[in-house]
Design a protein. Structure first.
Length: 248
């Protein structure tokens, strides 16, 4: 689908600490209220498989995924203690298929019902392609694995062809200023802004990222790459109305 992802951001992988900005504080409540199925389920979570995530990830899930009431195919990289998989299972449509992968054999015990657990490394592109061919295409992929930039890049490159139309690839725990995987994703976002004029009315050829990716979002410690429902064949500019001041 998207070719040569590994070449997109080579120069960004040596990114430094970048610029520092100081923002004035915004008046208002210091905490976001817990609302939505993910946050609500987490607030009631007691005994069971362990869950360890930054709270604002669940807020993002509530905002973006709560309205998805159809069966989904979900892949989570990094099972650890199994709690995240079981939360997904409780919240999404009961006919959804949830797959977790981990390098630790004991994680198999968290399989059951609509949850499948496969053992393998996210740094093994052949293993990931086998998972994609067997269980994909995926509506949601969550990378909560090793948090090693090289592994995150390998996983994204290997699994991109197995994204469902309209799907999202969510990478957690991109920690630290100058994180090299963040630089890699910035490179994807920069490709969305590439402009290759086709005609004098500003129609543009699309590159491989523009063709398949609709949006790249960033938040604290995470990135989300959203894929188009249908490939975009051309970036087009149109005009409406008949009263114009000439462009200068």
């Amino acid at each position: 689908m998207i070719k040569k992802l590994g070449d997109i951001a080579k120069w960004l992988r040596s990114v430094n600490n970048g610029y520092r900005f100081t923002l004035e504080p915004i008046d208002g409540p210091s905490k976001q209220p817990i609302s939505g199925p993910f946050s609500a389920a987490l607030s009631k979570y007691g005994t069971g498989p362990g869950v360890h995530k930054w709270l604002h990830y669940w807020v993002f899930y509530d905002q973006r995924f709560a309205a998805l009431e159809r069966p989904l195919r979900i892949l989570e990289i990094g099972v650890q203690s199994g709690g995240s998989l079981h939360l997904w299972s409780r919240i999404v449509h009961p006919d959804s298929q949830i797959v977790g992968i981990d390098i630790n054999e004991p994680c198999r015990r968290y399989a059951g019902g609509n949850i499948t657990v496969e053992i393998g490394s996210q740094a093994d592109s052949d293993f990931l392609k086998d998972i994609g061919a067997k269980y994909g295409p995926f509506d949601i992929i969550v990378d909560d694995g090793s948090h090693i930039a090289e592994h995150q890049e390998i996983s994204l490159c290997a699994l991109t062809p197995f994204m469902a139309p309209g799907g999202v690839y969510f990478i957690e725990d991109i920690h630290g200023r100058g994180n090299t995987f963040a630089g890699f994703v910035y490179g994807l976002a920069m490709q969305l802004n590439e402009m290759s004029l086709d005609t004098d009315v500003f129609d543009c050829h699309v590159n491989s990222v523009q063709r398949h990716v609709s949006t790249v979002e960033f938040g604290a410690f995470f990135a989300a790459i959203w894929f188009r429902n249908h490939p975009m064949e051309k970036l087009q500019s149109s005009k409406w109305g008949d009263d114009w001041i000439p462009y200068t």
